[in-house]
Design a protein around this ligand. Structure first.
Ligand code: ZN
Ligand code: ZN
Length: 354
C-alpha cells in the first residue's frame, strides 16, 4: 500500500486569539513528520469541544491548530512504531502523551500526569488533514462504529465517564444526580451514562426547549430550566434532602455557585467545567466543612474507560447526539461555541482532497 502524502495541507487556524479571534481556513500548512514513537494520521472528521473556547479566547496558550476529537487512518509510522498500525483507524484525543514515570502515571492515571502534553495545546490539533500523534496514546476505534460517532466519545464522552467514575464508590443505583449543562456536548452523554449504565436518577439542568429534549431523550428523569426556574428549590422538592451528587459541566461561575445548593450533606461535587484559570470555586469553606461536602476535580478519563465507552456506543447504549458539518463551516461553528449555541456535539468533516 503506497499512500502519497502531500507536504502541505488544509487546516483551520486560530488567528489573534482573544476577544476578536478569527478562524482562517488555509491550504498551506505543513504536514508534520512523525518522530520515532509517532504516527501520522489522515483524519476524516473531528468533534468540536466546548473547551476550544479557552483556546480562541486566549485563556491560556494553545496551538493555532485546535481540535482534539479526531478520527482517521494511520498513514505513516515512526521508526519505533510497529508497521501493523498502518491503515488502522484511530482516535486522536486531548492526551497526546504522558511521562509514564511519575507517581501518577505509575498508578495508571496518565491523564492527570503533571508532565502530560496535550493535542491542540502543546502540539497541533485535529482541525487539519494530517495530524502527528504519539502511537502509545492513540485509541483504536472499533470497526462497527462510524468515525463521526466515535469522535465526540474521545473527549466529551470520556470526560463524563471519568467524572461519573469518581462517584462509583459513593452512589447506588436509584440515587439522585444533578448534571448541569445537561444538553451540551458533554452533558448529554453524561446523562446517558448516568441513567443507562449507572442506573442513577438524573436531574438535568440547562436552558431552552432543544436542550430539554436532548436531556430527556438521553434518560433524564427531570429537566430544570435554570433561566426560568428556582433550580435549588425544585431539586429539594424532588429529592427531599438534595441530590446525592452533582457534576458541574459548564465553565461559568453561576454553575459552580449553584452546586452546593443542589446536594444533600456528605455529597460529592465533581468539577468538570473549565472557566478562566483565575476563577476560584465560589463555595463557602465553613459550609463545606459543616455539611461534609467533597469537591473533586476531573479531567477526561482512563484508556480503559474510553474502551468501555466505545463498546457501549457500538451496542447503541450510548448514542452521542451529533450534527455533521462541512469543514468550511468551522469558523462559524467555533464562533457559535463561544456563544454557547450548539446543542449536542458538532462534528466537522475533514476534506480528503488537497
Ligand atoms: Zn475536549
Ligand atoms: Zn507522569
Amino acid at each position: 500500500m503506497t499512500i502519497s502524502i502531500p507536504t502541505q495541507q488544509q487546516a483551520a487556524v486560530v488567528e489573534d486569539p482573544g476577544e476578536n479571534f478569527k478562524i482562517v481556513l488555509r491550504h498551506d500548512i505543513q504536514v508534520g513528520e512523525p518522530g520515532p514513537e509517532e504516527i501520522l494520521v489522515q483524519l476524516t472528521c473531528t468533534g468540536l469541544c466546548g473547551s476550544e473556547v479557552r483556546a480562541v479566547s486566549a485563556w491560556a496558550a494553545y496551538n493555532p491548530v485546535i481540535g482534539h476529537e479526531g478520527v482517521g487512518r494511520v498513514v505513516k509510522a515512526g521508526s519505533n512504531v510497529s508497521s501493523s498500525l498502518l491503515g488502522q483507524r484511530v482516535g486522536v484525543k486531548w492526551l497526546y502523551s504522558a511521562c509514564m514515570e511519575c507517581s501518577i502515571c505509575k498508578r495508571g492515571f496518565f491523564h492527570h500526569c503533571p508532565k502530560q502534553l496535550n493535542t491542540s495545546r502543546h502540539v497541533p490539533g485535529t482541525l487539519q488533514q494530517y495530524v502527528v500523534a504519539d502511537a502509545r496514546f492513540v485509541t483504536k476505534i472499533p470497526e462497527n462504529l462510524s468515525d463521526e460517532i466515535a469522535a465526540p466519545i474521545l473527549c466529551a464522552g470520556l470526560t463524563m465517564a471519568g467524572a461519573l467514575a469518581h462517584l462509583d464508590q459513593e452512589l447506588q443505583p436509584g440515587d439522585w444526580i444533578a448534571i448541569s449543562g445537561s444538553g451540551g456536548g458533554l452533558g448529554h452523554i453524561g446523562v446517558q451514562i448516568a441513567a443507562r449504565v449507572k442506573k442513577l436518577r438524573v436531574i438535568a439542568i440547562d436552558s431552552g426547549s432543544e436542550k430539554r429534549k436532548i436531556s430527556i431523550d438521553s434518560g433524564a428523569e427531570v429537566f430544570i430550566d435554570f433561566k426560568t426556574e428556582d433550580v435549588a428549590a425544585h431539586v429539594l422538592e424532588l429529592t427531599g434532602e438534595g441530590a446525592h451528587a452533582t457534576i458541574v459541566v459548564p465553565g461559568n461561575k453561576e454553575a459552580f455557585q449553584m452546586a452546593p445548593s443542589l446536594v444533600r450533606n456528605l455529597a460529592t461535587i465533581v468539577c468538570v467545567g473549565l472557566p478562566k484559570n483565575q476563577m476560584d470555586i465560589p463555595i463557602s469553606a465553613t459550609l463545606s466543612a459543616a455539611r461534609g461536602l467533597t469537591i473533586k476535580g476531573s479531567s477526561v478519563g482512563t484508556e480503559e474507560q474510553l474502551t468501555e465507552l466505545l463498546q457501549l456506543a457500538v451496542k447503541g447504549i450510548i448514542t452521542p447526539e451529533i450534527e455533521v458539518f462541512e469543514f468550511a463551516e468551522t469558523p462559524r461553528l467555533i464562533q457559535q461555541l463561544t456563544k454557547d449555541g450548539i446543542k449536542g456535539r458538532a462534528v466537522v468533516k475533514i476534506p480528503m482532497d488537497q
